[in-house]
Design a protein around this ligand. Sequence first.
Ligand code: FAD
Ligand code: SF4
Length: 337
Amino acid sequence: MRPFAYERTNDLVQAAHAGFQTGAGQTDADTQFLAGGTTLIDLMKLDVLTPRRVVDLNPLTAQHSAIEVTASGLRLGAMARMSAVADTPDVARDYPVIAQSLDLAASAQIRNMASLGGNVLQRTRCPYYRDPSWTACNKRHPGSGCSALEGVNVNHAVLGTDKSCISQYPGDFAVALVALGAQVELLGPDGPRVIAFDTLHRGPEGKPHIETTLKPGELITAFQVPAGAWTRRSLYLKIRNRQSYEFAISSAAVALDLDGGVVRAARIGLGGMAYRPWRSKEAEAVLTGKPLTEANAEAAARAALAGAVTHGGNAYKPELARRTLVRALLQTAAMEA
Ligand code: FAD
Ligand code: SF4
């Protein structure tokens, strides 16, 4: 780990200005914000993130960790801890997909430390990104190439990639947020704004080191999940190599509004498959207005993976994703809501 300046702040506007001066918000930013530290400190120890300044947001926890369930939806402060949200009975009852995506992530210790804001901004687990002895990694070193294209890519993405980077977005919570059409509240040096969550993460677009659409210094302050007839009948299905303390190799966030057995509306997110949190409007369109049968679920899953591009080691992934989604759809349809 390299020397860095450490600051604590209980003033959000001051934090945003501190970040603005040195370009916080991207992989190569000189300033990083510290929330739970479970991503940031790891990557600083590995010499992947090398900020000159770390601004500790923890004095802001009390002001920005509210968990509010109202008639218009769910609002979650960005400093709320993963475990606090997962353990809130109203969230588990009205938004089970949100509670489960948090509860099935990482370990109990990490969930107690980690914040929601830090969770959605966690970085890829691509082994070449996390090990600077590999010189070719466009995400770590812009323009250096991509070691995974011809290397070990068993866990890499099959959706939303390009030749500059095929890394997979590893988080679970973000998959539930994108499926439910969430919004993100931001505060930056220019003031507050609200954006659609599915515009927060960028595609690689030849510049994978620029990971988000955050402006320099911008902080996430909260997440809003709109209420919908589908949120109670929702679930997060996570497939992983072991049942605990492991990232998804495939996951599905599903929410359904059913009229009898017929789909009035479907919300579908895929995890472990894509470069960024992935919503499949193609699969949603296939299901809308149709009975939720196994055949229709399979048709939706085929539509969701129609654009998949594999690179050798990850050739198994589209079929795994199709099976994950079919199972998630049938389980969600069988729920009492
Ligand atoms: P930090 O490490 O403090 O920050 C992460 C990044 O976000 C930094 O770049 C920081 O500058 C930025 N940041 C933090 N807060 C804000 C804010 N409010 N506004 C703007 N920028 C901000 N996650 C899963 O989803 N599923 C898993 O199965 C899973 N397994 C894991 C297993 C292990 C062994 C580990 C170490 C982690 C695992 N994780 C998993 C990831 C873990 O959930 C994240 O590390 C954690 O959620 C990050 O939150 P944090 O508060 O610690 O972020
Ligand atoms: Fe780097 Fe992306 Fe290639 Fe991994 S997949 S080596 S993160 S450029």
